[in-house]
Write a protein that binds this ligand. Structure first.
Ligand code: APR
Length: 312
């Protein structure tokens, strides 16, 4: 394997990301965490599973960032996760310090890396990673849209009994309660969801999608979702390493697109070996535009709070 992917934070999302990536056999993996022995133990366990599934990649665990040297992609999942009753914003102060440290400790050894940020509050942490690393926006991308859209796709599949492969959904905006499931663009085999589903069922799916993360937190009680977030990161990593030019929703730094500047925001992007190659601009209906503006206002507020905590 020539590609190298380092995952900072070997907790639930980090370790599960490594699992999904090892199954894809696209890169050697490094897991870094502050907990002594934990990343080493998880890496060794995962490595020992690979003869069974027939995948030839190496998985290394470490407490030392030097293990990440020469990474093609750095995934940041380090930080605290939500507990019941907490919003993603409640994590801001703690996670800002952790994400900043993770970027500072990886950037020198991996000056060519593309960063994928998963730590919440997502859009704000991606913004922090961009400003800390001083990388071009192409190389710092936040994972959120694939996850939120996958949740919506799963709910549509449950409702209709149609294969998830036929269901395309697009959830844009900030990765918070104001996210915007675009029902005008979402479809089943080309048939708009607005035609396919009764309005009340569609509205219920939109609502459940928005609160999808919270639903898992209240069930788990001790942490937040990890299978689906990690699978979303794995899809992004694969699209980048294989230079697929894959269009997916993800959090990108806005430079005027959708009328937005200087924030990270969930929009359709094209992913390839250079990272975020392009932001795709949809023409939107008036109600969707208004919903995106409301979502952007929430992200802006979070970024303002970040500025009061960290000198950028
Ligand atoms: N460097 C490396 N690892 C760190 C650091 C640090 N400075 N600080 C904390 N960690 C590690 C913790 O030791 C823990 O193992 O980050 C890991 C986080 O794992 P979990 O607590 O299992 O949380 P997880 O579910 O993976 O979520 C992490 O991702 O999806 C988001 O909202 C979620 O912000 C949260 C993050």
């Amino acid at each position: 394997m020539t590609a190298k992917v380092s995952i900072i934070g070997a907790g639930m999302t980090g370790a599960t990301t490594a699992h999904w990536l090892a199954e894809r056999e696209i890169a050697d993996l490094v897991l870094v965490d502050v907990l002594e022995g934990m990343p080493q133990g998880k890496a060794l366990d995962l490595q020992e599973s690979l003869p069974i599934v027939g995948k030839d990649v190496t998985v290394v665990g470490s407490n030392d960032y030097t293990a990440t040297k020469g990474s093609d992609i750095v995934v940041i999942t380090a930080g605290i996760a939500r507990k019941p009753g907490m919003s993603r914003e409640d994590l801001l102060a703690t996670n800002a310090e952790i994400v900043r440290t993770a970027v500072q400790n990886t950037i020198q050894g991996s000056p060519d890396a593309i960063y994928i940020i998963l730590t919440n509050p997502l859009d704000t942490m991606a913004y922090l990673a961009l400003k800390t690393s001083k990388l071009p926006r192409e190389r710092v991308i936040g994972q959120a849209g694939i996850l939120d859209s996958a949740r919506m796709r799963a709910f549509v599949a449950m409702e209709t009994g149609v294969s998830v492969e036929n269901i395309s959904c697009y959830v844009l905006g900030g990765h918070g309660d104001e996210m915007v499931p675009l029902t005008s663009r979402s479809n089943i085999a080309g048939i708009s969801l607005r035609e396919y589903l009764p309005a009340d069922r569609l509205a219920a799916i939109v609502e459940r999608t928005r609160k999808g993360g919270g639903e898992i937190v209240s069930l788990l009680k001790t942490g937040s979702a990890y299978y689906a977030p990690a699978a979303a990161v794995a899809q992004m990593v694969e699209a980048i390493l294989k230079d697929k030019h894959l269009i997916v929703p993800a959090s990108a730094y806005m430079q005027g697109e959708y009328g937005l500047k200087d924030i990270y925001f969930g929009v359709p992007v094209q992913l390839g070996r250079k990272g975020m190659e392009k932001v795709i601009e949809y023409s939107l209906e008036a109600d969707e535009k208004a919903a995106l503006e409301k979502s952007a206002a929430a992200v802006k507020e979070s970024i303002q709070t970040l500025h009061t905590l960290v000198q950028l």
